[in-house]
Design a protein around this ligand. Sequence first.
Ligand code: TYM
Length: 336
Amino acid sequence: MKRIFSGIQPTGGVTLGNYLGAIRNWAALQQEDYECIYCMVDLHAVTMWQDPATLADSTREVGAALIASGIDPKKSIVFNQSQVAAHSQLAWVFNCVARVGWMNRMTQFKDKAGKNRENASLGLYAYPALMAADILIYKATHVPVGEDQRQHLELTRDIAQKFNNDFKVDFFPITEPLIFGAATRVMSLRNGENKMSKSDPSDMSRINLTDTADEIAQKIRKAKTDPEPLPDAGVDPEEGRRERPEAFNLLNIYAALEGSDAADVQTAWAGKSFSEFKSALADLMVAKLEPISTEMRRLMDNKDEIDRILADGSERARALADPIMQDINDIVGFLR
Ligand code: TYM
């Protein structure tokens, strides 16, 4: 039996990057012999300032996005992190296992803290230890994520290993990242060097799952490209991404949405104009995303339904996490 865990921050909606890089794979992993646990990580969200008036609704919105994308809350556990206290308890233990030097190497902290590191929250710095706790409190074996989370998952393995060594136990599994699909790294529509992100100040840089058909068409039409036509079939995609990141990003998104091979899409569109390609891409995107946004809106109009689903998920998550936390307390030597 494989146990899958993954998380998403409930901050400012859900992007096409989240969907293609993660959520779509989460839905696909719901199979007979996989037990799937999917979490809205509200504790991670507050490592940066969140307005209390909107955090709960953002959490519901991300929950709605998961369900609308095909995650079945009866099969999978869907819940929000703050409701399962064991995440925070284990995170503290991991704060004492992980080394300051390990945290100093985390590129996401450097990116998010920016120039003013002294003023970043302590939580933002310790973020990867909480993430390791999210996964290991369930002894999850596999974690489906986008490429940007790879470094955090390597740290999770280091923390598991050090805990096992320090306490001379074989307790935590060494978790495997699952990074797959055509779009493990969806880039910004305004700058092909940056990943598509909810925190980019420009909304034109990303597609949100809640965007209307008109907004999608406009964002794709205005997406940055270069003056050349689409690349020839023979151009190596690795090299292409380096030289023409925006062009290859759009090709990749097309392939991921269509569920086809990136090389086939490149061949089909070789030498054609961007205006023609962009209009086909916008149509494809609207066709794939519209059913999801419609279902999201329906769920958001029924907040009680989402709240019930998340409460049920939290209860099932606690039932798995609490006994594991008891074992950890015993291993560490905390008196019961
Ligand atoms: P978050 O909320 O930034 O993103 C959620 C998931 O979406 C993926 N993703 C992308 N994939 C491809 N292209 C993009 N542009 C893109 N943007 C985001 C992310 O890789 C991720 O899989 N730290 C995590 C949340 C987390 C977590 C965990 C994940 C907390 N605890 C435990 C896994 C296991 C984060 O901030 O993801």
